[in-house]
Design a protein around this ligand. Sequence first.
Ligand code: MN
Length: 275
Amino acid sequence: MLEQLPEPISLICHQNADFDAITSLYLLEEWLKNIGKKQITLHCKTGLPKQIPSFSNTRISKSPPKGRSLITVDCRAIERTGFELKKIDINFDHHEGNTQFGNLNIVDRKAVSTTELLWKLIPKSLQNPLICKLSLIGILSDSQNLQTPNTKSTTFKTVAKILKTSKQLQNAHQILKPKLKSKELKQLGEILSQSEINQKQIGFVYLNQKYPKNIRNLAIQHLNQLQNIKATCLLENEEGRIQGSLRSQTIDVNKISQLFNGGGHKKAAGFETQI
Ligand SMILES: [Mn+2]
């Protein structure tokens, strides 16, 4: 399937990338290099997030992809790339409600991460330590260390196979460990100190400014630890644009986010809307 693709090949992930999106880009790049492809470019509209290291010498470009072949990873819909793209050759994804926008759609909603899906497809002979490390980081990150409800026995089997191929568990955890600057820790405190639980047992924070994505994600993880709550909602207002992040163990927050043209997963989703 990848052998026939004409070069240059552009690999694209969604904007505001997370670990799974970035590791999927690098995993696919490594795979393509190992089958002899030379001209590969990587693209993310918002670039490489500062908490995520780069895993090859290839820079992640913020400009639109110009390759003859275009592949997206971890994108539920083509709009998630943030680029104006018409035709995608291959769409690799694991999100609920993927819109099947590619010529070829390789979508597995049972995979906890796009890297899990890619790991299952990559030939055994190409499973080198870097591929193992990237696969594991994507899986552990999207499944919050194998804790999200979509983590299946098959996920554990995948992880077991990866670790049998190359011992990357400590490396992966080291990379995923949040590393906060003193200023960021204070920002986390600011967000948490504004949190409340409303009458509907929703852990709630409304912020009149935007915080860095890693801090926002950490804050919502903490809020989700509140006792007896049904869901967590974090809203950030920046000049009339509301960015919402939702988490829940019991409510389908993907459906709620879709009401505001957002999306994600049942237990974790988000949206952006104008007020
Ligand atoms: Mn993902």
